[in-house]
Design a binder for this molecule. Structure first.
Ligand code: SF4
Ligand code: SF4
Ligand code: FES
Length: 250
């Protein structure tokens, strides 16, 4: 983009959850090292479309600006990714911005991703503690355990993996890859392990791990390179073992 003096951006807008959507086109001055968030800020400073129509600033979620908070996920040229780490220099123009398609729209590019948090509650994705008093030091975590856990702990709840997953839809009610990876994280934690049985039980049946078709779209789009398919296959094995042992105990 060496000699390009402006950037063309098409944005799918929707003022309310029930309104119909429409595209607006913007042309902003090119500056080196811009990302999608800074382009949206540029538009907010002067919300006028390419054909001169005054409009409103585009609504989107954003917080950390460094791919840590997970809030700025959207479809950028059709791919689920983070706005703050998507550099304009690496994107084909016109750049197309759309909200994630599998989550209820709040406004413009902002969507309601609370389904992920409900799914994390469903599988008890936390380390249980007995009260809030000082419990003393927890069990030791070996360097090997830390190495296994760290990649899984990098999840930023962006929902890109769910957006890209063909199985994540209303029909299946599938919990999605992020939730399964968090089950693996907390089940392998020496204290979190206490809820392992309940977590695996929550992944059995409708919407559980058997909905996964191993298409691996999730791992392709995860901005934090989380080993999702490895986690899915390991948790799948554990779910199967637990289901079989319950069957034989009857
Ligand atoms: S492997 Fe495929 S079906 Fe399973 S969670 Fe990932 S994208 Fe979805
Ligand atoms: S697993 Fe990856 S893509 Fe999915 S929510 Fe976590 S960080 Fe985002
Ligand atoms: S603003 Fe936090 S991940 Fe993009």
């Amino acid at each position: 983009m060496a000699n390009i003096k402006s950037v063309l951006i098409k944005i799918k807008r929707q003022p309310t959850p029930d309104a119909s959507s429409a595209w607006e086109e913007f042309e902003i001055p090119y500056k080196p090292n811009m990302n999608i968030t800074s382009a949206l800020m540029e538009i907010a400073a002067n919300p006028v479309t390419r054909d001169g129509k005054q409009t409103t600033p585009v609504t989107y979620d954003s917080n950390c600006l460094e791919e840590i908070c997970g809030s700025c996920a959207m479809l950028i040229n059709g791919r689920a990714r983070m706005a703050c780490s998507a550099l304009l220099d690496h994107l084909e123009q016109p750049i197309k911005l759309e909200p994630l398609s599998k989550f209820p729209i709040v406004r413009d590019l902002a969507v309601d991703r609370s389904v992920l948090f409900e799914n994390l509650k469903r599988v008890k994705a936390w380390v249980p503690i007995d009260g809030t008093y000082d419990l003393g030091p927890g069990p030791r975590v070996t360097a090997e355990q830390q190495e296994q856990a760290y990649p899984l702990s990098r999840c930023i709840s962006c929902c890109c993996c769910m957006e890209a997953c063909p199985q994540f839809n209303e029909e299946t009610g599938f919990v999605g890859a992020a939730t399964i990876a968090q089950v693996q994280l907390f089940n392998t934690h020496p204290t979190g392990h206490a809820l392992k049985h309940e977590r695996l039980a929550a992944l059995m049946g409708d919407g559980g791990i058997q909905e996964c078709g191993y298409a691996q779209n999730c791992v392709e789009v995860c901005p934090k390179d989380i080993p999702l398919t490895k986690a899915i296959s390991e948790v799948g094995g554990e779910v199967m073992k637990q289901a079989l042992s319950e069957l034989f105990r009857r």
